[in-house]
Design a protein around this ligand. Structure first.
Ligand SMILES: NC(=O)c1ccc[n+]([C@@H]2O[C@H](COP(=O)([O-])OP(=O)(O)OC[C@H]3O[C@@H](n4cnc5c(N)ncnc54)[C@H](OP(=O)(O)O)[C@@H]3O)[C@@H](O)[C@H]2O)c1
Length: 316
């Protein structure tokens, strides 16, 4: 375990790792900060397509200043050489760094402890498990793919106070205000794929793109769930390219994913309006008792977005 300064530098590395989210699969989106005499001398994050790795990018920036420095990295440096580049643990040894602080062990069997061991064998001080929760969040896509063989799935719901996603007529534009919708677009930019049910596709003809200046190119790949379509069941998502999928409803689709136990994160935007008899946020999710319903979701973030409330939950 590291000290308070270690936690702060690792938080900076996690923020850099977030920059690469959704652009590096099948490689992890790693962040790296190199600190010498209390100053940042190198910063790096995994580049689009997965190379260069974060450590290589940060070392290139630091140059000679990496000698004797401390390296903060969100994932254990890799121990395996590939035809696309050298192992990061070897690069760190060659650069002469004094200490490496790691948030998470790499679950990839080609590294999985071997990177940290190689650094220690070379006389480098290694501190592990610093800033682990934030690193887990930043690299959730990679970690879910490694553990479950599928992307990390977020369900977005925009509801009224009484849990409706549309009027009885089907009208749902707009339930939330501009700030909440802009936030939802930022979330789109952090996912490789976005999915709606055929009902929503037919009724709303949603563009499902990112309409934020400067982030237009980050629009995710659009998918429609339909028994007669390209994605025929929630289970098909294991075959998707990319490690992050955003499900944007509607009610039947959201329920299908929940029933299948495939939602890892819930984004709930709630507007201060009442709709009454309208469309409920979810269809049947197979809950037999309240005891079963409790203890499944943990609040991880909440904030006010204009007049709307955002709550983020992680599946337990
Ligand atoms: N406020 C919000 O956040 C929000 C977001 C999205 C939508 N909405 C609203 O929600 C309403 C639409 O919701 P909805 O529940 O009627 O429709 P939906 O969930 O968008 O689409 C239903 C269709 O999805 C496909 N589907 C669902 N589960 C499936 C499964 N397990 N396997 C294969 N296909 C599956 C089926 O297509 P096939 O019949 O082709 O097989 C089904 O007919 C609209 O009023 C829309 O405006 C609100």
């Amino acid at each position: 375990m590291g000290d308070l300064n270690d936690s702060r530098w690792m938080a900076a590395a996690c923020a850099l790792s977030e920059r690469a989210r959704g652009r590096t699969a099948p490689n992890p989106n790693v962040g790296c900060v190199i600190v010498s005499k209390g100053r940042v001398v190198g910063r790096g994050w995994t580049q689009p397509g997965g190379r260069p790795h974060a450590e290589a990018a940060a070392l290139a920036q630091a140059g000679e200043k990496s000698r004797g420095a401390t390296v903060y990295v969100t994932l254990e440096p890799c121990a395996h050489q590939s035809d696309r580049g050298p192992a990061c643990s070897d690069l760190l040894i060659a650069a002469g760094v004094a200490r490496v602080v790691i948030a998470l062990e790499d679950p990839d069997p080609r590294t999985n402890g071997a990177g940290a061991a190689r650094l220690r064998e070379a006389g480098i001080e290694v501190t592990e498990r610093v800033g682990t929760p934030a690193a887990r969040q930043a690299m959730a896509g990679f970690l879910t793919r490694q553990a479950k063989g599928r992307p990390h799935v977020t369900l977005k719901l925009a509801t009224s106070l009484d849990g409706r996603i549309a009027l009885a007529s089907g009208e749902s534009r707009w339930i939330t205000g501009a700030a909440a919708r802009a936030h939802a677009h930022l979330e789109r930019a952090r996912h490789e794929s976005i999915l709606v049910g055929r009902g929503t596709w037919d009724m709303d003809s949603p563009a499902l793109d990112v309409r934020l200046r400067g982030l237009e190119a980050r629009s995710p790949r659009r998918l429609v769930l339909s028994a007669s379509g390209e994605v025929r069941s929630p289970g098909d998502i294991a075959h998707l390219e990319g490690d992050h999928l955003l499900v944007e409803g509607g009610a039947e689709t959201a329920a299908s994913f929940l029933r299948a136990g495939l939602i890892d994160r819930l984004l709930l935007y709630r507007a201060p309006i009442l709709i009454g008899s309208g469309k409920a946020a979810l269809g049947d999710i197979g809950m037999g008792s309240l005891a079963e319903a409790h203890g499944r979701w943990r609040l991880t973030d909440e904030r006010q977005l204009g007049s709307d409330r955002l709550e983020v939950y992680a599946a337990q």
